[in-house]
Structures are given as structure tokens and as C-alpha cells.
Design a protein around this ligand. Structure first.
Ligand code: HEM
Ligand SMILES: *[C@@H]1O[C@H](CO)[C@@H](O)[C@H](O)[C@H]1NC(C)=O
Length: 450
């Protein structure tokens, strides 16, 4: 077994050396370093085989020298950003150039009859600005988070507690499934202000079918037609269509119901109110479900994955588990989200999980809306820009101890005699990315996973 692995590795390394001829004009300092046209197609196969979520793809790309690495696929170009400096230049300083999602030529590939069912995640320009303005006034707004979202999350946690207590051991074998149901419940409460419940006769989770559709969808969301399928040979369009329409119809119905019964604390009702006042020519008051579509697909797999890693590391280190339990015990009363700053060990531990196991290893692709530069390199209009969070979190220059080792104390520092959380160091850890197009669900995600 070991031998085969080594053989495969050697073959791969040799293969890679062969295709690593540089982009033709990289030598004149114009395009970012990369393997050139022929090499790009060869490498793409490996990057795509376990695309975007893949740590091995991220590692492979980060091995290449320099902060940028570009695959040149003829008309399509994919530029990976491996360093924080270049990432900040693109997503903060030059966000107006590098905050688009899909590019126009890709978008057109979505069949006409499906256009009405899509979410907002690929919107660019004014449409995405509008969605962001709404998010800024809700999911990014402290008082809304405190009063509404926190209550909804607490209710979901109480419900989750009951479910766990009543669970039969075989249900607990796949913890990630249980976390997923929980997160789905949290999001249903936030979006529609309705509680999840089980069917008393079948015992089935109320939104089981929906959940399965979302699950399939979020696994394939990056492979959706018209997103990067120009470079992906075997996108499963049929499955994707079924899931997309299934999820969209379900959300649209729930949204109509929430608005019809005037559930004021539901996010879709807020959306409706927001755009009634704003009189936008783009976002209509009844479009809230499109945004919910993105929230569900983006949230249902990510948060449970983080919680699963949290549990994994706690389970594999009893000493750590004790220390964290002790810290919470010492704190006294029921720990809430607001108390997190007084729990340095817990915060350091959670940050370390985010650092070493960023869920969106290679983020969600951005696209260049016009010709521009990053780090002095020319980036053509419509180039996909992919931030390599894994590489940024593992840059040896940032860490004293080996970045590849899990160290739950990495973000602790002594302040006099007090152990405190090193929030400056934690700022390097950016699993939600940065800038105006960064994750709108960051604060929501922090709720259940804290
Ligand atoms: C630990 C959990 C999560 C992680 C690590 C995460 C990470 C990310 C990242 C890296 C992006 C891409 C940002 C960029 O392109 O610059 C993103 C986008 C997004 N996330 Fe999250 N996310 C998480 C949970 C959630 C949750 C719970 C929600 C919904 C409430 C959510 C909703 C979204 C949406 C809608 C986008 C697309 C934003 C846009 O295109 O403008 N995410 N997320
Ligand atoms: C939303 O808030 C962020 C952070 O304050 C800001 O950078 C962005 O421009 C805002 N977006 C809109 C559309 O208001």
C-alpha cells in the first residue's frame, strides 16, 4: 500500500515537472506565474478532481512559488492567490475590480427556463449591491443580531437539546447529519420564523426532502452550469436542475407563507419591507426567497463541518477537553455568545480549527470585471480569482510553531498574569474571506458553532 502511494507520488511529481513550463510572457513580468497553456489543461484535471473544497488542490497550488499562480486555459483563466498581501490588494483595495462572481459569458449558459429559480450568489454589480445593503441592515447589524437572531438560535439550541436527549444511539453515529439538521433548523427560524418539527407519525424531519435537495445542491453548487462549467467537462446538469428547482420552490412557498401571515421577525418579511421602502428596479419585495436560497445552500454544509472538526479535536485530546470545560465552568452561569471574549482558551481553540480546517479551502471564486493588476501582474477581464485560504493560513512566516500542527493554544498570550485571547494574531485567520463580497453569514455561523 505504502509502496503504491510512493510510486503514484513520484509519477505525479515527474508529470508536474514536465508541465511546469512557464506562461510564455511571465518572463517579461506581465502575466502571473503559471504552467502555460498545455500545462494548465493537464493540471486542471488534478485541481478539478476534488475542486475547491480540496486541501490537496490547495496544497499543490501553494507549493508554487510566489503569491499568485495562474492557469491559462485559452479564453478562460484562473488565478489563485496564495498570499494575504495580494488577497487584500484584490479584495480590499481593488474590490471594485475583483468582487464579481460569475462572468457574463458563463452566466448565459444557464438554460432560460432555470433563470427564474436561481439565487443571488452569482449576481454582480447593482443587484449584488442591493442584496448587500439589505444584509448590512440585518445580518450585519448588531441590534438585529442581538434581539432577533440570538433568540432564534437559542430556541433552536433548546430544541436541539431535546432532540439529543431523545435520540437513539444509532442516530448519533453520524454526528454531522445531526448538526446539519440543527443548522437547517436555525436557518429556518431566521429566514421564516418557523420552528422545525418532526412528523409525529413518520418520525421524519419536517423538511427532510428539502434538506436532501439542499445537501446535493451545496455539494454541486460550484459545479453548476454556467459557473465554472466552461472548464469542467462532466457537470451533472440534470441532477442539478432537479435540486435547484426543488429547493427554490420550497423556499418560495415558505417565504410566501411567512409574508402572508406577517411574521415580522422573519428575514423574508424584513426583506419585503426593506424593498417596499427602497423602490428598487432590481430587487422586488417578493424576491427574499432568492437570498434565502443562497443562505441555505451556503450555510447547511459549512457550519456542520466546522462543528464536526471542533468535536473531532476535542474528542482526540481529553486534556484540552477538560481545560475548555473547566474554563466554561469557572465562568459560572450559562455561557452565551457575548461571553466568548472572556473565554480565551475556547476562542483560541475555535480559531485554530478555523485556521487549520478552513471550510472554504479555496473560497468561492471571484471574477475580474475589467482588466487590472494584482501585485503588478496583469489580470485580464473575466479571469476567475480564487483565494487559497489554506495557503494563507499555513504561511510559515506567520507562525512560530509548525503551521501544519494543530495547536489549540496558538492564539493565547499572557497579559501580565492573565491568559488572554490574542485577537491581533486571530485576524490573520480569515475563513470567511475579506472585503465587501466576504461571507454575509459570518455572524450567523458564529452563533451555533460557538
Ligand atoms: C463556518 C461557516 C461558513 C464559512 C467558513 C463561510 C465562508 C464563506 C466564504 C469564504 C465565502 C466567499 C466570500 C468571498 O467570495 O469573498 C462565503 C460566501 C457566502 N456565504 Fe458563507 N460561510 C459560512 C457560513 C455561512 C452561513 C451560515 C451563511 C448564511 C446565513 C452563509 C452565506 C453565504 C453567502 C450568501 C455567500 C455569498 C455572498 C456573495 O456572493 O455576496 N455562509 N462564505
Ligand atoms: C456593507 O457594509 C460593508 C462594511 O461596513 C461595506 O464595506 C459595504 O460597502 C456595505 N455595502 C453596502 C451595499 O452598503
Amino acid at each position: 500500500m505504502h509502496l503504491t502511494c510512493t510510486v503514484v507520488k513520484v509519477v505525479m511529481v515527474v508529470g508536474m515537472l514536465m508541465v511546469m513550463t512557464p506562461n510564455s510572457d511571465a518572463l517579461s513580468g506581465k502575466t502571473p506565474p503559471g504552467p502555460g497553456l498545455l500545462g494548465s489543461f493537464t493540471q486542471l484535471k488534478r485541481v478539478v478532481s476534488d475542486f475547491f473544497r480540496s486541501r490537496s488542490a490547495a496544497e499543490m497550488i501553494s507549493e508554487k512559488e510566489g503569491g499568485l499562480y495562474q492557469l491559462n486555459l485559452g479564453l478562460s483563466k484562473i488565478c489563485f492567490i496564495n498570499s494575504r498581501g495580494f488577497r487584500d490588494e484584490a479584495f480590499l483595495e481593488k474590490y471594485h475590480l475583483f468582487s464579481d462572481r460569475g462572468v457574463e459569458s458563463n452566466k448565459k449558459q444557464l438554460p432560460e427556463e432555470l433563470m427564474q429559480w436561481r439565487g443571488t450568489i452569482r449576481d454582480n454589480g447593482a443587484a449584488s449591491e442591493e442584496a448587500r445593503a439589505f444584509v448590512n441592515s440585518t445580518l450585519k447589524e448588531t441590534s438585529y443580531l442581538r434581539t432577533t437572531v440570538e433568540t432564534q438560535i437559542e430556541e433552536a439550541i433548546a430544541f436541539f437539546d431535546d432532540e439529543l436527549t431523545g435520540a437513539i444511539p444509532s442516530d448519533l453515529v453520524v454526528p454531522k447529519m445531526i448538526f446539519r439538521e440543527h443548522v437547517l433548523d436555525v436557518m429556518t427560524r431566521i429566514a421564516f420564523d418557523t420552528a422545525g418539527h418532526r412528523n409525529t407519525i413518520s418520525g421524519q424531519w419536517q423538511f427532510q426532502k428539502f434538506f436532501e435537495d439542499v445537501d446535493a445542491l451545496s455539494n454541486s453548487v460550484l459545479f453548476q452550469p454556467g459557473f465554472i462549467s466552461t472548464v469542467l467537462p462532466n457537470t451533472k446538469v440534470d441532477d442539478y436542475e432537479t435540486n435547484l428547482v426543488g429547493v427554490a420552490k420550497y423556499l418560495k412557498e415558505r417565504a410566501e407563507e411567512a409574508i402572508y401571515t406577517n411574521r415580522e421577525t422573519s428575514l423574508v418579511q424584513r426583506y419585503s419591507d426593506f424593498f417596499l421602502k427602497r423602490e428598487s428596479s432590481i430587487a422586488q419585495p417578493e424576491d427574499g426567497w432568492r437570498l434565502m436560497y443562497d443562505f441555505f445552500t451556503a450555510g447547511v454544509n459549512t457550519v456542520p463541518e466546522v462543528i464536526t472538526w471542533d468535536i473531532y479535536y476535542l474528542a482526540s485530546d481529553l486534556d484540552l477537553q477538560d481545560k475548555i470545560r473547566q474554563e466554561m465552568k469557572n465562568f459560572g452561569t450559562d455561557v452565551t455568545y457575548d461571553d466568548r471574549t472572556s473565554l480565551p482558551r475556547t476562542m483560541s481553540f475555535l480559531t485554530e480549527v478555523h485556521r487549520l480546517r478552513p471550510v472554504a479551502t479555496l473560497g468561492i471564486p471571484h471574477a475580474a470585471s475589467a482588466d487590472g493588476t494584482i501585485g503588478g501582474y496583469a489580470i485580464d477581464k473575466e479571469t476567475l480569482i480564487i483565494p487559497n485560504h489554506w495557503a494563507m493560513h499555513n504561511d510559515p512566516a506567520d507562525w512560530q510553531s509548525d503551521p501544519q500542527v494543530f495547536d489549540a493554544t496558538r492564539f493565547l498570550k499572557l497579559n501580565g498574569n492573565d491568559l488572554t485571547f490574542d485577537s491581533d494574531k486571530a485576524r490573520i485567520v480569515t475563513p470567511f474571506s475579506v472585503g465587501p463580497r466576504s461571507c454575509p453569514g459570518q455572524e450567523v455561523a458564529a452563533g451555533p458553532s460557538f
